[in-house]
Design a protein around this ligand. Structure first.
Ligand code: HEM
Ligand code: HEM
Ligand SMILES: Cc1cc2nc3c(=O)[nH]c(=O)nc-3n(C[C@H](O)[C@H](O)[C@H](O)COP(=O)(O)O)c2cc1C
Length: 465
C-alpha cells in the first residue's frame, strides 16, 4: 500500500472528470464512476469526505462498486481531514425532516393508506419522493395495479355467525396476524434516518413477516439483529455478477436468521423511471461543464449491471438452491407458464409481481396475472405444491380479500410502508399495517367469513376485469 494521502491532495481532485472522495479511511477516484442516484448528488463531495453522506443512505456492501477505484488510505493524523470529517458529519445530520414532521397532523388523523401517502409527500425530500413514487415509462402498469383491483367486485354471504373473526394466517410456514407481509424496497433511509431497522421493529409489533432488501440503507446485520424473538424475516436477493459476493450474502442472511430467500427475477436491468430522471435534469449542465461529457442513463445501467446480473437464468436458480439451506422463492413471476416452471424446478414460493410498475410498462397487474397463474398451476396439478404471493397496488383491506379469494396465500405491500415510515417513522409503519388489518377484519365480517380459510373463490367476481 502506498503512503497515507494528505487531505490537501484529495482536495485538489474536486471536479467532474478529476474527482476523488473519502469514505471511511479510503480514498477513491470516482472520475469515471456513474452514480446510480445521479451524478449531480455527488458534486458537493468531490475532493471531500463523503463518509457521513454515503452512510446516511447506503450500506457498506454498495461500496463494492467502487473498490476498483481505490487510490489509497487517507492520512489519519491530518488535522485538516479531521476537521473536514466533523464538518461533513454536521452537514449530513441536518436534513430538516423533524421540522417538516412537526407540521403534520397527529397520527390519529390518518384514516387510510391514501392519507398516509399525502402526509409522506408533504414531509419528504422531493428527490426521495420522486424515487419512491416513480415507475417505468408512462407509468401505465403503476396505475393498472390499483385500477385492476378496482374492477374486481365482491359477492358476500349473509347470515353467517361472524361474532368472532380471526384474521390470522400462515405464510411460508410461519404465523402472521393477517395474510400480509412487508415486501423489499430499496433505500429506506430516504424516508427516515432509522431506515429498515424501524420497519423491522414495526413488523414485530404487528406480527407480519418482513422481506429485507439487498439494496437496503441499513446493513443486513443491522436488520437481522433488530429482529425480535419469534419475528420472521426473509431476504430479497439481487444476484451479483460476482457469484462469490452472492454466496457470501446468502450465508450472511442464513446466519442472521432469515427464513427464506426471494430472488428478484424481473430486473435484468432496472426500468427507466423518467419521473426520477427528470427531477434533476435541469441541474445536469453544472456537472457536465467539466471536460467529460457523461451519458448518465447509459452509465447508471452499466454501474448497476455488475450489481444485478442481467445473465441470470434458471440454471442460476439451481445454483442458489445448492449453496443455501434456505427455501428459494422467486419474486417477479408474470405468467402461468413461468409459475409452472418455477414449481417444477422446486421453488418454495413465487411472488406474482411487476415490481410496483417500476420495470416493464404494460406488464399486467398482479391480480390479473394471479388468476392466470392459479389456473395454470391447477391444470398442471401443482397448485398445492407452492405458496403464491402477489404484490402491487394493495391499499385497502378489501384488496387483500380479493387477492386471497383469487388464490393467493398472502399479499405484499411496498410503498404504503415507505409512506408510513416517512411521515411518522416506526409508528407510521405500525399505523399503516394496523389500518389494513382492521379493514381486512371488517371485510371478513361483511363477507360472512369468520376465518381466512372461509374465503372462497366465488366470493370475488372477476368477469369485469
Ligand atoms: C461508492 C459508491 C457510491 C458513493 C460514493 C455514493 C455517494 C453518494 C452521495 C454522497 C450521495 C448524496 C447524499 C446526500 O445528498 O446527502 C448519494 C445519494 C444517493 N445514492 Fe449513492 N453512492 C454510491 C453508490 C450508490 C449505489 C450503488 C446506489 C444504488 C443502488 C446509490 C443510490 C443513491 C441514491 C438513490 C441517492 C439519493 C439521491 C438523492 O437523494 O438525490 N448510490 N450517494
Ligand atoms: C439525475 C438523476 C437520476 C437519474 C439520471 C436516474 C437514473 C436512474 C436509472 C437510469 C436507473 C436504472 C439503472 C438503469 O438500468 O439504467 C436508476 C435506478 C435507481 N434510481 Fe434513479 N435516477 C436519478 C435520480 C434518482 C434519485 C433522486 C433517486 C432517489 C432519491 C434514485 C434512486 C434510484 C435507485 C436506488 C435505483 C436502483 C435501485 C432500484 O430501484 O431497485 N434515482 N436511476
Ligand atoms: C421505492 C421502491 C424500491 C423498490 N426496491 C426493490 C428492490 O430493491 N428489490 C425488489 O425486489 N423490489 C423492489 N421494489 C418492488 C417491491 O418489492 C414491490 O414489488 C412493489 O413495491 C409492490 O407494489 P406497491 O408499492 O404498489 O405495494 C421496490 C419498490 C419501490 C416502490
Amino acid at each position: 500500500m502506498s503512503d497515507p494521502i494528505p487531505f490537501k491532495t484529495v482536495a485538489r481532485h474536486n471536479r467532474p472528470g478529476d474527482a476523488w472522495i473519502v469514505i471511511n479511511e479510503n480514498v477513491y477516484d470516482i472520475s469515471t464512476f456513474h452514480h446510480p442516484g445521479g451524478l449531480e448528488v455527488l458534486e458537493p463531495y468531490l475532493g471531500r469526505d463523503a463518509t457521513a453522506a454515503f452512510f446516511a443512505q447506503h450500506n457498506l456492501d454498495m461500496l463494492a462498486i467502487v473498490e476498483k477505484n481505490l487510490v489509497g488510505v487517507i492520512d489519519q493524523e491530518d488535522e485538516e481531514w479531521k476537521q473536514e470529517r466533523q464538518a461533513a458529519k454536521n452537514r449530513a445530520t441536518d436534513s430538516g425532516l423533524s421540522a417538516r414532521r412537526a407540521k403534520l397532523a397527529p397520527i390519529s388523523h390518518v384514516l387510510n393508506t391514501r392519507d398516509m401517502a399525502q402526509a409522506a409527500e408533504s414531509v419528504m425530500d422531493p428527490a426521495g419522493w420522486a424515487y419512491y413514487a416513480s415507475a417505468a415509462d408512462d407509468e401505465v402498469t403503476l396505475r393498472e395495479n390499483e385500477a385492476a383491483l378496482g374492477r374486481l367486485w365482491l359477492r358476500p354471504r349473509v347470515l353467517v355467525d361472524v361474532s368472532k373473526v380471526d384474521t390470522s394466517a400462515e405464510l411460508l410456514g410461519v404465523p402472521s396476524s393477517f395474510p400480509l407481509y412487508v415486501t423489499a424496497t430499496a433505500l429506506a433511509k430516504l424516508a427516515d434516518p432509522e431506515g429498515e431497522v424501524a420497519i423491522t421493529r414495526a413488523c414485530a409489533k404487528v406480527n407480519v413477516p418482513y422481506m429485507c432488501p439487498t439494496l437496503s440503507s441499513c446493513s443486513l446485520e443491522e436488520m437481522t439483529s433488530a429482529r425480535a424473538p419469534g419475528q420472521t424475516q426473509w431476504f430479497q436477493l439481487y444476484v451479483n455478477k460476482d457469484r462469490a459476493v452472492t454466496k457470501d450474502l446468502l450465508q450472511r442472511a442464513e446466519t442472521g436468521g432469515c427464513k427464506a430467500v426471494f430472488v428478484t427475477v424481473d430486473a435484468p436491468q432496472l426500468g427507466r423511471r423518467e419521473r426520477d430522471m427528470r427531477f434533476k435534469a435541469p441541474q445536469k449542465s453544472s456537472v457536465q461543464e467539466g471536460d467529460t461529457q457523461v451519458d448518465t442513463s447509459r452509465g447508471t445501467s452499466k454501474a448497476l449491471s455488475s450489481f444485478i446480473d442481467p445473465s441470470l437464468s434458471w440454471a442460476d436458480i439451481e445454483w442458489i438452491a445448492g449453496v443455501t439451506k434456505l427455501p428459494v422463492c422467486l419474486k417477479g413471476i408474470q405468467s402461468g407458464k413461468d409459475a409452472v416452471l418455477a414449481t417444477q424446478r422446486g421453488a418454495k414460493a413465487i411472488v406474482v409481481s411487476n415490481h410496483g410498475g417500476r420495470q416493464l410498462d404494460y406488464a399486467r397487474s398482479g391480480v390479473e396475472v394471479l388468476i392466470e397463474v392459479m389456473a395454470a398451476l391447477r391444470e398442471a396439478g401443482l397448485d398445492r405444491r407452492i405458496t403464491v404471493f402477489v404484490d402491487g397496488g394493495i391499499r385497502r383491506g378489501t384488496d387483500i380479500f380479493k387477492c386471497i379469494a383469487a388464490g393467493a396465500d398472502g399479499v405484499g405491500i411496498g410503498r404504503p410502508v415507505l409512506h408510513g415510515l416517512a411521515a411518522y417513522g416506526e409508528a407510521g409503519v405500525v399505523k399503516t399495517i394496523t389500518m389494513l388489518r382492521d379493514e381486512f377484519a371488517t371485510c371478513l365480517m361483511m363477507m360472512g367469513c369468520p376465518t381466512v380459510a372461509d374465503i372462497k373463490e366465488e366470493m370475488v367476481v372477476t368477469s369485469k376485469l
